[in-house]
Design a protein around this ligand. Sequence first.
Ligand SMILES: [Zn+2]
Length: 689
Amino acid sequence: MTEPQSAADNQNPLLAEWAGDFGLPPFGKIGPEHFRPAFDRALARHRVEIDRISANAAAPSFDNTIVALEKSGRELERVANVFFLLAGADTGDAIEAVEREVSPLLARHGNALYLDRALYARIAELYRNRESLGLSAEQARVLERYHTRFVRAGGALDKPAQDRLAAINERLASLGTAFGQNVLADEKAYVLVLEEGDLAGLPDFARAAARAAADERGHPGQYAITLARSSCEGFLQFSARRDLREKVFQAWIKRGENGGATDNRALIAEMVSLRAERAKLLGFASFADYRLADQMAKTPQAARDLLDEVWGRARAKANVERDALQAMIAQEGGNFALAPHDWRYYAEKLRKARYDLDEAEIKPYFQLDKMIEAAFETARRLFGLRFTPVSLPLYHPDARAFEVTDEAGRHVGLFIGDYFARGSKHSGAWMTSLRDQEKLVGDIHPVILNVCNFSKPAAGEKALLSFDDARTLFHEFGHGLHGLLSNVTYPLLAGTSVSSDFVELPSQLYEHWLEVPEILQKYARHARTGKPMPKALLDRLLATRTFNQGFATVEYTACALVDLDVHSLPEPGALDVSAFERTSLDRIAMPAEIVMRHRLPHFQHLFSGGGYAAGYYSYMWSEVLDADAFEAFEETGNSFDPATAQRLRDFIYGAGNLRDPAEAYKAFRGRLPAVDALLKKRGLDNAAV
Ligand SMILES: [Zn+2]
């Protein structure tokens, strides 16, 4: 077998040695046209590597099979990391076209790997003999993970079943790509252009953001509301114009459900059916059963038990909240029933009335730059990390880089923050990496990114965040630390490569430190005066933590339950997606005034990539963990208790997937988590039922 190589490949900046600072790819030289040939060569090379492993005449050993697998596919990983970073954070027609081409290729490639029967036979033999191989604990975990992955991917099935599985996976990959692109298309297609006279209720920062959005959308001098979450949620929260709120809200909740080329319902029906069929082939009753078996939760019932425990209390609290909002409408002389597009607006008013607190008063204290510093300072106090800005050529001028070092000044990794919304970026916020930590092929340090969608300020203005935005920043930074602090040998186990009902623990736990008074006092400083937030305001802000939590919990939990419902169907058949969603919500008596945080037609967690399919519950599952874990600090009376922080680093942030998640948690906490801390945190422990 020869390795494919051509003169054109040698000119391709993706395939050349990345000799820039910190081993970054040469972003300035990379164009969309380089990806397809780079993928082609990298895929072919990986295939050659795999074939060598699987056809090896020598008896399987940990080294010639597992270590060889761990060392394979490096070029493909590098190309894919750059590509998917851009496909998410700075995409365009050319990148989208490549994405549509390569996603089935990648799925086919992954299938060929996991359905390679000779390769599986080697792994299975090693796994059978695992006790006698003299493996370290980490090596044993790597072997167990490979074995489980291959079995779950169909490595042990007969050929016809494998062929069907491969076809299903490829089709799912294409559908997932189309799903995400449809949502983005609906978001890009919509803009509500407003005049000065339409802005009643909008505070200065929202006006400034709307003006900047109008500039970007080609309506200079006017104001624009877009379907970026921060733009549209801000508008729903502040706009006094009920008619305009309704317009924006309808556009927001109809994403992916507008008929025509970008309607996602047929895609969902097909994906749900294919997933159910795949689960059956692998011996599971439903996709949810299949999915949960390899999670911390283990069964759909365990996830439902948690959600049900929360749901009843959340609904009761939301009904109390609704009555208060309706009373406010009546008090103002309004003669209408509270509608979903009214909730955020009246909740904001009630928050202001009850706590004398309004978002416009809070927001100047949450400067993006100061909140980044606050996240860094928290990491310094917990883990001794320092962050130093470095000027590097990145993929977009809005992205900024920081070198991360430890107390002794040793290099830990590189952190890149890309915070502002733009038309070329998918919505949401996420952490990703250009390189993961490992020690198998040398002491490899990670390059970790946070991508967010905060409103970009007008030129010359400081970027301000809502308190929720600041929480998002801390959340993604927590994921970032999970990548940066990773301390494993084998890449398979590095950083965030843990089960999805455990992966939100480091991120959600980190949010708690934003609310630690000493962090807020130091970093919540007024954008104009530089003064810290007055104590009284801070106290009122913290007092609102449980405000509107009935709404937030209902909005979320409904999604998690509908997700489990749709993925628990043994035979979905020709699913009517809109009707199914309605029936599922009726079953749990969804309050009429609240809409799911993500309706199925634009539920990207489930259908764009599918990482959270039958897994959306995991945010709540992780929240049980994070609330309980933060209590470990509170019990010491010190939010930065060094001994607790050390255990946190050893068993959670630095430990990747070295252990089963339940074991890792027990090693940190000394016991399994209890739900009480979560209910208290959300103010649901004594909800008026
Ligand atoms: Zn997260």
